[in-house]
Unconditional design. Structure first.
Length: 342
């Protein structure tokens, strides 16, 4: 028997999330293409010609350019200039669409499926630009659409996009970018070079990429739609109440935030002011290490908050745990509602 047995293989959804959340980012075109596909909602076998894609693709990019003028690490881009000139009313909508068809898809269609320098095993479209002027939607994309988490994928892509462009826009070393959580608004925010606050994205949307639509503690399904009962809480792993005992303000750090179903956070048998078990602490450590190791835009923030290397972060969590347990006395762990998802 092998010492490690993976509990599950990467699913189609994992492949999609790998592309959106954990690939290296040099341009935001990947996010724009993802958002366009999610919005157009094509079926298995559909051919999306560049002319069909261009209006919605350009819409997402022009909207984002209004919020953050930097949409990549490269210097100048003729295509982005065309988007900017549309935004400033110096060109027409049809100029924009034409420019998008001509220049907008050059690298993104080739690079879309690439994660860690290789294409993911499940492709969501095939490139048929040479023969038919577009991309052909695969069965994998249709399967993604059938997933109960489909609605959340667009929020996640948007959250990731906002995090990445914020890091670029600040134009300072990414090591200086600290993203903080506003508990009241449940938003991630940062400060620009002039110390002005800049809201980045919803905390829930940013955290869900790792949790893939499951409660951090019990693996119950969660959904990012406010209207539904399964809308998760942004939960402090080490409870908020520890602030009274001198363990804040680091308590609000992203390192300590997870998404939890309402039952776990505040239902009968919920966590409330207890400290999660060491087993759950290990899960938190794994989550933070994963985000740090995968070039996530929150990487620097997590390192600033909890330590520069594995050893430091391990002892940071261990020390915190010892202090918290001594104050809170009670440990807590819920029964799992399904097999481990992360
Ligand atoms: Zn739960």
């Amino acid at each position: 028997m092998l010492p490690f047995e993976p509990s599950r293989k990467p699913t189609i959804e994992d492949n999609w999330r790998g592309i959106i959340l954990f690939g290296q980012n040099t341009q935001s075109y990947k996010f724009a293409l993802a958002q366009s596909l999610l919005e157009l909602n094509p079926e298995d076998g559909d051919l999306l010609r560049l002319e069909d894609l261009a209006p919605v693709y350009a819409k997402h990019l022009t909207e984002h350019l209004k919020n953050a003028d930097k949409q990549g690490v490269a210097g100048s881009s003729k295509f982005l200039d065309a988007c900017r000139s549309y935004n400033s009313d110096t060109s027409t909508y049809s100029d924009l669409v034409n420019a998008t068809v001509q220049m907008g898809f050059k690298n993104v269609i080739d690079a879309f499926h690439r994660v860690n320098r290789k294409d993911v095993p499940y492709r969501f479209f095939e490139d048929e630009r040479k023969t038919l002027g577009g991309i052909r939607i695969t069965e994998n994309f249709s399967k993604l659409e059938e997933s109960p988490q489909f609605q959340d994928l667009s929020n996640e892509a948007e959250a990731r996009w906002r995090l990445v462009e914020t890091a670029w826009e600040l134009r300072i070393s990414r090591a200086l970018v600290a993203v903080e959580h506003d508990p009241e608004m449940e938003l991630l925010f940062t400060f620009d070079g002039k110390r002005r606050r800049k809201n980045v994205t919803s905390t829930r949307d940013a955290l869900n990429g790792y949790q893939k639509g499951y409660c951090f503690y019990c693996f119950e399904e969660i959904h990012l739609d406010k209207q539904v009962e399964t809308f998760p809480d942004v939960d402090h792993f080490f409870p908020h109440t520890l602030k009274q005992y001198g363990l804040g303000p680091t308590i609000d750090g992203v390192w300590n935030l997870v998404l939890a179903c309402k039952d776990c956070n505040r239902g009968i048998g919920g966590k409330f002011g207890a400290v999660p078990t060491e087993r759950l602490l290990a899960r938190l450590y794994t989550r933070n290490e994963f985000l740090i190791g995968s070039n996530h835009p929150l990487k620097e923030t997590l390192m600033r908050q909890s330590g520069g290397n594995h050893t430091e972060r391990q002892s940071f969590l261990q020390d915190f745990y010892n202090k918290a347990w001594a104050i809170l006395i009670h440990q807590w762990e819920p029964p799992e509602k399904r097999e481990a998802q992360f």
